[in-house]
Design a binder for this molecule. Structure first.
Ligand code: NAD
Length: 267
Protein backbone atom coordinates (compact mmCIF):
# COMPACT_ATOMS: atom_id res chain seq x y z
CA UNK A 1 0.00 0.00 0.00
CA UNK A 2 1.31 3.46 -0.91
CA UNK A 3 0.87 6.57 1.24
CA UNK A 4 2.38 8.75 -1.53
CA UNK A 5 4.91 9.96 1.05
CA UNK A 6 7.45 10.89 -1.62
CA UNK A 7 5.10 11.89 -4.43
CA UNK A 8 6.92 14.32 -6.74
CA UNK A 9 10.24 13.93 -4.93
CA UNK A 10 13.50 13.15 -6.74
CA UNK A 11 16.65 11.65 -5.34
CA UNK A 12 19.86 9.66 -5.62
CA UNK A 13 20.29 6.24 -4.00
CA UNK A 14 23.83 4.94 -3.39
CA UNK A 15 24.59 1.30 -2.62
CA UNK A 16 21.95 -1.09 -3.98
CA UNK A 17 24.00 -4.18 -4.88
CA UNK A 18 21.51 -7.03 -4.71
CA UNK A 19 18.08 -7.71 -3.26
CA UNK A 20 19.53 -8.13 0.25
CA UNK A 21 20.99 -4.59 0.23
CA UNK A 22 19.33 -2.06 2.51
CA UNK A 23 19.53 0.45 -0.38
CA UNK A 24 17.66 -2.00 -2.63
CA UNK A 25 14.73 -2.03 -0.19
CA UNK A 26 14.87 1.77 0.15
CA UNK A 27 14.64 2.03 -3.65
CA UNK A 28 11.62 -0.28 -3.74
CA UNK A 29 9.81 1.59 -0.94
CA UNK A 30 10.72 5.03 -2.37
CA UNK A 31 9.38 3.92 -5.75
CA UNK A 32 6.19 2.67 -4.15
CA UNK A 33 5.83 6.01 -2.34
CA UNK A 34 6.02 7.94 -5.62
CA UNK A 35 9.69 9.02 -5.81
CA UNK A 36 11.89 9.13 -8.90
CA UNK A 37 15.60 8.54 -8.45
CA UNK A 38 18.96 7.66 -9.93
CA UNK A 39 20.60 4.46 -8.69
CA UNK A 40 24.34 4.62 -8.31
CA UNK A 41 27.07 2.19 -7.38
CA UNK A 42 30.68 1.36 -8.26
CA UNK A 43 31.47 -0.24 -11.64
CA UNK A 44 32.40 -3.49 -9.84
CA UNK A 45 28.95 -3.60 -8.23
CA UNK A 46 27.26 -3.38 -11.59
CA UNK A 47 29.14 -6.49 -12.71
CA UNK A 48 28.66 -8.38 -9.42
CA UNK A 49 25.16 -7.34 -8.50
CA UNK A 50 21.69 -7.17 -9.97
CA UNK A 51 21.22 -3.42 -10.32
CA UNK A 52 19.78 -3.57 -13.82
CA UNK A 53 16.88 -5.60 -12.49
CA UNK A 54 16.12 -2.97 -9.83
CA UNK A 55 16.49 -0.15 -12.37
CA UNK A 56 13.90 -1.84 -14.55
CA UNK A 57 11.39 -2.49 -11.78
CA UNK A 58 11.66 1.08 -10.40
CA UNK A 59 12.00 2.88 -13.76
CA UNK A 60 15.36 4.32 -12.66
CA UNK A 61 18.52 5.25 -14.48
CA UNK A 62 21.82 3.70 -13.33
CA UNK A 63 24.85 5.99 -13.16
CA UNK A 64 28.14 4.42 -12.13
CA UNK A 65 30.27 6.26 -9.60
CA UNK A 66 33.05 5.15 -7.31
CA UNK A 67 32.50 7.20 -4.15
CA UNK A 68 36.24 7.76 -3.77
CA UNK A 69 36.36 9.61 -7.11
CA UNK A 70 35.45 13.31 -7.19
CA UNK A 71 35.28 13.07 -10.98
CA UNK A 72 32.72 10.23 -10.88
CA UNK A 73 30.63 12.05 -8.29
CA UNK A 74 30.73 15.34 -10.23
CA UNK A 75 29.52 13.43 -13.29
CA UNK A 76 26.74 11.78 -11.27
CA UNK A 77 25.48 15.08 -9.89
CA UNK A 78 25.70 16.74 -13.33
CA UNK A 79 23.48 13.98 -14.73
CA UNK A 80 21.04 14.32 -11.80
CA UNK A 81 20.94 18.08 -12.21
CA UNK A 82 20.23 17.81 -15.95
CA UNK A 83 17.55 15.19 -15.37
CA UNK A 84 15.71 16.68 -12.39
CA UNK A 85 16.92 20.24 -11.87
CA UNK A 86 16.85 19.97 -8.09
CA UNK A 87 16.51 16.87 -5.91
CA UNK A 88 14.94 16.18 -2.51
CA UNK A 89 16.80 13.23 -1.02
CA UNK A 90 20.07 11.30 -1.02
CA UNK A 91 20.67 7.88 0.54
CA UNK A 92 24.29 7.00 1.34
CA UNK A 93 24.30 3.24 1.89
CA UNK A 94 27.94 2.49 1.23
CA UNK A 95 30.56 0.68 3.26
CA UNK A 96 33.65 -1.42 2.65
CA UNK A 97 36.72 -2.46 4.62
CA UNK A 98 39.52 -4.66 3.32
CA UNK A 99 40.74 -5.25 6.90
CA UNK A 100 37.27 -6.69 7.62
CA UNK A 101 37.21 -8.73 4.44
CA UNK A 102 40.67 -10.17 5.04
CA UNK A 103 39.86 -10.70 8.75
CA UNK A 104 42.94 -8.74 9.84
CA UNK A 105 42.71 -8.09 13.58
CA UNK A 106 41.90 -4.48 14.55
CA UNK A 107 45.10 -4.09 16.57
CA UNK A 108 47.16 -5.29 13.59
CA UNK A 109 45.47 -3.11 10.97
CA UNK A 110 46.96 -2.61 7.54
CA UNK A 111 46.93 1.19 7.19
CA UNK A 112 46.45 1.27 3.42
CA UNK A 113 43.31 -0.80 3.94
CA UNK A 114 42.34 1.39 6.92
CA UNK A 115 42.58 4.55 4.78
CA UNK A 116 40.50 2.90 2.10
CA UNK A 117 37.78 1.93 4.61
CA UNK A 118 37.58 5.48 5.97
CA UNK A 119 37.63 6.93 2.46
CA UNK A 120 34.85 4.71 1.07
CA UNK A 121 32.69 4.44 4.18
CA UNK A 122 32.93 7.92 5.74
CA UNK A 123 34.77 10.60 3.75
CA UNK A 124 32.61 9.75 0.76
CA UNK A 125 29.63 11.12 2.72
CA UNK A 126 31.40 14.47 3.06
CA UNK A 127 32.38 14.36 -0.62
CA UNK A 128 28.80 13.68 -1.73
CA UNK A 129 27.42 16.55 0.35
CA UNK A 130 30.21 18.93 -0.68
CA UNK A 131 29.36 18.44 -4.36
CA UNK A 132 25.60 18.57 -3.71
CA UNK A 133 26.03 21.86 -1.81
CA UNK A 134 28.40 23.40 -4.36
CA UNK A 135 26.00 22.57 -7.16
CA UNK A 136 23.08 23.74 -5.01
CA UNK A 137 21.16 20.66 -6.16
CA UNK A 138 19.09 20.07 -2.99
CA UNK A 139 15.66 21.61 -2.61
CA UNK A 140 15.00 23.41 0.69
CA UNK A 141 13.93 20.91 3.37
CA UNK A 142 15.62 18.16 1.40
CA UNK A 143 16.89 15.18 3.40
CA UNK A 144 20.17 13.26 3.34
CA UNK A 145 20.54 9.95 5.19
CA UNK A 146 23.55 7.69 5.68
CA UNK A 147 23.46 4.25 7.26
CA UNK A 148 25.46 3.61 10.41
CA UNK A 149 25.97 0.96 13.09
CA UNK A 150 26.21 1.02 16.89
CA UNK A 151 29.88 0.02 16.77
CA UNK A 152 30.38 3.80 16.38
CA UNK A 153 29.47 4.07 20.10
CA UNK A 154 30.40 0.67 21.57
CA UNK A 155 33.30 -1.73 21.08
CA UNK A 156 32.09 -4.66 18.96
CA UNK A 157 34.90 -7.10 18.16
CA UNK A 158 34.89 -8.09 14.52
CA UNK A 159 33.50 -4.75 13.29
CA UNK A 160 37.13 -3.69 13.12
CA UNK A 161 38.06 -0.39 11.43
CA UNK A 162 34.45 0.04 10.27
CA UNK A 163 33.74 1.14 13.89
CA UNK A 164 36.00 4.14 13.36
CA UNK A 165 34.54 4.80 9.90
CA UNK A 166 31.02 4.86 11.38
CA UNK A 167 32.08 7.20 14.22
CA UNK A 168 33.46 9.59 11.60
CA UNK A 169 30.37 9.16 9.41
CA UNK A 170 28.09 10.17 12.29
CA UNK A 171 30.29 13.15 13.12
CA UNK A 172 30.22 14.29 9.49
CA UNK A 173 26.41 14.08 9.57
CA UNK A 174 26.35 16.41 12.58
CA UNK A 175 28.91 18.91 11.39
CA UNK A 176 27.91 19.06 7.72
CA UNK A 177 24.30 18.98 8.86
CA UNK A 178 24.90 22.15 10.87
CA UNK A 179 26.15 24.09 7.84
CA UNK A 180 23.68 22.56 5.37
CA UNK A 181 20.81 23.35 7.73
CA UNK A 182 21.91 26.91 8.36
CA UNK A 183 22.66 27.74 4.73
CA UNK A 184 20.00 25.78 2.85
CA UNK A 185 17.51 24.20 5.26
CA UNK A 186 18.75 20.77 4.21
CA UNK A 187 18.73 18.10 6.92
CA UNK A 188 21.35 15.42 7.44
CA UNK A 189 21.00 12.32 9.63
CA UNK A 190 22.40 8.85 10.10
CA UNK A 191 20.21 5.79 10.72
CA UNK A 192 21.91 3.23 12.96
CA UNK A 193 20.51 -0.10 11.84
CA UNK A 194 20.44 -3.55 13.53
CA UNK A 195 22.75 -6.24 12.14
CA UNK A 196 21.25 -7.21 8.79
CA UNK A 197 22.01 -10.19 6.55
CA UNK A 198 23.52 -8.47 3.50
CA UNK A 199 26.75 -8.84 1.52
CA UNK A 200 28.53 -6.18 3.64
CA UNK A 201 27.03 -7.48 6.91
CA UNK A 202 27.97 -11.09 6.32
CA UNK A 203 31.62 -10.14 5.73
CA UNK A 204 32.05 -9.26 9.40
CA UNK A 205 33.92 -11.82 11.54
CA UNK A 206 31.42 -13.41 13.94
CA UNK A 207 28.42 -11.86 12.17
CA UNK A 208 26.20 -14.87 12.94
CA UNK A 209 26.92 -14.57 16.68
CA UNK A 210 26.48 -10.78 16.60
CA UNK A 211 23.16 -11.17 14.80
CA UNK A 212 21.96 -13.74 17.36
CA UNK A 213 23.12 -11.69 20.36
CA UNK A 214 21.47 -8.50 19.05
CA UNK A 215 18.28 -10.44 18.38
CA UNK A 216 18.20 -11.54 22.03
CA UNK A 217 19.17 -8.14 23.45
CA UNK A 218 16.56 -6.19 21.44
CA UNK A 219 13.05 -6.18 22.97
CA UNK A 220 11.59 -6.02 19.45
CA UNK A 221 14.22 -8.24 17.86
CA UNK A 222 16.57 -7.14 15.07
CA UNK A 223 15.00 -4.64 12.70
CA UNK A 224 14.56 -6.12 9.20
CA UNK A 225 15.97 -4.33 6.14
CA UNK A 226 12.49 -3.54 4.82
CA UNK A 227 11.58 -1.71 8.04
CA UNK A 228 14.86 0.19 7.82
CA UNK A 229 13.81 1.22 4.31
CA UNK A 230 10.42 2.41 5.60
CA UNK A 231 12.22 4.49 8.22
CA UNK A 232 14.62 6.02 5.68
CA UNK A 233 11.68 6.91 3.43
CA UNK A 234 9.94 8.55 6.38
CA UNK A 235 13.13 10.56 6.91
CA UNK A 236 12.94 11.69 3.27
CA UNK A 237 9.30 12.69 3.68
CA UNK A 238 7.86 16.02 4.82
CA UNK A 239 6.81 14.43 8.14
CA UNK A 240 10.34 14.77 9.58
CA UNK A 241 11.22 18.32 8.47
CA UNK A 242 12.83 19.41 11.72
CA UNK A 243 14.92 16.30 12.37
CA UNK A 244 18.56 16.96 11.58
CA UNK A 245 22.12 16.26 12.80
CA UNK A 246 20.89 13.11 14.59
CA UNK A 247 22.05 9.54 14.80
CA UNK A 248 18.71 7.71 14.82
CA UNK A 249 18.67 4.18 16.21
CA UNK A 250 16.60 1.75 14.18
CA UNK A 251 17.47 -1.31 16.18
CA UNK A 252 14.47 -2.80 18.00
CA UNK A 253 15.60 -1.21 21.28
CA UNK A 254 19.10 -2.76 21.33
CA UNK A 255 20.91 0.53 22.08
CA UNK A 256 18.83 1.22 25.21
CA UNK A 257 18.87 -2.29 26.68
CA UNK A 258 21.55 -3.30 29.19
CA UNK A 259 20.55 -6.88 29.96
CA UNK A 260 17.66 -9.20 29.18
CA UNK A 261 16.19 -12.21 30.97
CA UNK A 262 17.16 -14.43 28.04
CA UNK A 263 20.82 -13.46 28.36
CA UNK A 264 20.72 -13.76 32.20
CA UNK A 265 19.33 -17.29 31.95
CA UNK A 266 22.27 -18.33 29.79
CA UNK A 267 24.79 -17.29 32.46
N1 NAD B 1 24.28 -5.18 7.11
C1 NAD B 1 24.38 -4.72 8.35
O1 NAD B 1 24.42 -5.46 9.34
C2 NAD B 1 24.40 -3.22 8.55
C3 NAD B 1 24.03 -2.70 9.81
C4 NAD B 1 24.11 -1.31 10.00
C5 NAD B 1 24.53 -0.49 8.96
N2 NAD B 1 24.88 -1.04 7.75
C6 NAD B 1 25.34 -0.14 6.69
O2 NAD B 1 24.40 -0.14 5.64
C7 NAD B 1 25.05 0.29 4.45
C8 NAD B 1 24.69 -0.64 3.31
O3 NAD B 1 25.22 -1.92 3.53
P1 NAD B 1 24.41 -3.26 3.29
O4 NAD B 1 24.40 -3.99 4.58
O5 NAD B 1 23.14 -3.00 2.59
O6 NAD B 1 25.40 -4.11 2.35
P2 NAD B 1 25.66 -4.08 0.76
O7 NAD B 1 26.91 -4.87 0.59
O8 NAD B 1 24.46 -4.55 0.06
O9 NAD B 1 25.91 -2.54 0.45
C9 NAD B 1 27.18 -1.92 0.50
C10 NAD B 1 27.31 -1.12 -0.78
O10 NAD B 1 28.49 -0.31 -0.81
C11 NAD B 1 28.88 -0.26 -2.17
N3 NAD B 1 30.26 0.21 -2.32
C12 NAD B 1 31.38 -0.36 -1.81
N4 NAD B 1 32.46 0.31 -2.25
C13 NAD B 1 32.01 1.33 -3.04
C14 NAD B 1 32.65 2.37 -3.77
N5 NAD B 1 33.99 2.52 -3.78
N6 NAD B 1 31.87 3.23 -4.49
C15 NAD B 1 30.52 3.10 -4.50
N7 NAD B 1 29.86 2.15 -3.80
C16 NAD B 1 30.60 1.28 -3.09
C17 NAD B 1 28.72 -1.71 -2.60
O11 NAD B 1 28.79 -1.89 -4.00
C18 NAD B 1 27.36 -2.02 -2.02
O12 NAD B 1 26.33 -1.70 -2.91
C19 NAD B 1 26.55 0.33 4.78
O13 NAD B 1 26.92 1.66 5.13
C20 NAD B 1 26.63 -0.55 6.00
O14 NAD B 1 27.76 -0.29 6.80
C21 NAD B 1 24.79 -2.38 7.53
Amino acid sequence: MSYNLLKGKKGIIFGALNEDSIAWKVAEVAHREGAEFILTNSPVALRMGQMDELAKSTGSEVVLADVTSMEDLENLFNIASKKYGKIDFILHSVGMSINVRKKIHYTEANYDFYHKAIDISALSFHRVMKIAKEKDIMNEWGSIVALSFIAAQMAIPGYNDMSDAKALLESIARTFGYYYGKDKNVRVNTVSQSPTKTTAGSGIKGFGELYGFAEKKSPLGNAPALDCANYCVMMFSDFTRYVTMQNLFHDGGFSSTGLTEAIMEEN
